[in-house]
Design a protein around this ligand. Structure first.
Ligand SMILES: O=C(O)CCC(=O)C(=O)O
Ligand SMILES: [Fe+2]
Length: 259
């Protein structure tokens, strides 16, 4: 495994790009405040933690989760809709980078499918095995006019399970995957690519700091790392589409109440 930590802008070549400190800690802190407010609201408490790196925050969430893990669902399903999360992705610098790659005006790009991940130490139920996001987000029929965008909320090391990328795997197009729909709410749906396909690519992982932003080609194979640390890994991810494209599939968001 190669640990990566320097700026990389050639997404076309590698399948990913990485911009350290693209966003400020102040911007990240606004979303931290929403996370803290939601956590305190749900648990009826007035806890104060420093930031997403605070080990006391990890310990508190792990303790509360044992008592009643429903509040994790609440955070997971509510926070992606908060403006403090969406505004991070709406940063003009992100639109400008995506605009150059997708060759379309920044304001015409659709940034959607926001996600907040909470990856616990030693978890095996929610880590995502090797996949391409193009298999989950089918708005882009060409699979060449869309991107994944991952914003780092704190200091994430390989030990904390930083995302593992298969360098250059985007250049091979679409891989077949085995569909495993989870039967319980307590497992993530997998669209896993066969292990033997992965041998052809170098595994790399980016150790990130707050405000660092990575972009992946929608066809880049990647997976969650194993969190062997004592800290929770928090991350936010969105997908960026160029809708002014013949193979773009218009889509509608169907709301479901999560029980
Ligand atoms: O755990 C990770 O960082 C990977 C998450 C991911 O690939 C996804 O949500 O599509
Ligand atoms: Fe993914």
């Amino acid at each position: 495994m190669i640990i990566f930590s320097k700026k990389e802008t050639n997404l076309k070549k590698n399948g990913f790009s990485y911009y350290p400190k693209l966003l400020t800690r102040i911007e990240i802190n606004k979303f931290f405040k929403s996370t803290l407010d939601s956590l305190n609201f749900y648990n009826g408490e007035k806890k104060r933690f420093k930031n997403f790196d605070d080990i006391k925050l990890s310990n508190y969430i792990l303790k509360q989760k044992k008592r009643n893990n429903k509040f994790i669902n609440y955070l997971y399903n509510s926070l992606p809709h908060f403006s403090s999360l969406i505004n991070l992705f709406e940063n003009q610098k992100i639109r400008n980078i995506a605009s150059k790659i997708l060759n379309e005006q920044p304001s015409n790009l659709i940034i959607c499918e926001h996600q907040f991940r909470i990856d616990y130490p030693k978890d095996t139920n929610f880590i995502l095995k090797a996949h391409q996001d193009s298999s989950f987000y089918q708005q882009d029929g060409s699979k060449k006019q869309s991107l994944v965008c991952n914003i780092s909320l704190h200091n994430i090391t390989a030990k904390m399970g930083s995302t593992i990328l298969y360098k250059n795997s985007h250049s091979k197009g679409n891989f077949s995957y085995s569909k495993k729909f989870s039967h319980s709410k307590n497992q993530s749906t997998q669209r896993q690519i066969k292990e033997k396909e992965l041998d052809n690519f170098k595994e790399i992982t980016i150790e990130t700091k707050p405000g660092d932003v990575s972009f992946y080609d929608m066809n880049l194979i990647h997976r969650s790392g194993k969190n062997i640390s004592k800290k929770i890994r928090f991350s936010i991810i969105a997908r960026i589409f160029n809708p002014l494209h013949k193979k773009f599939r218009a889509f509608q968001k169907i709301s479901k109440i999560i029980k």
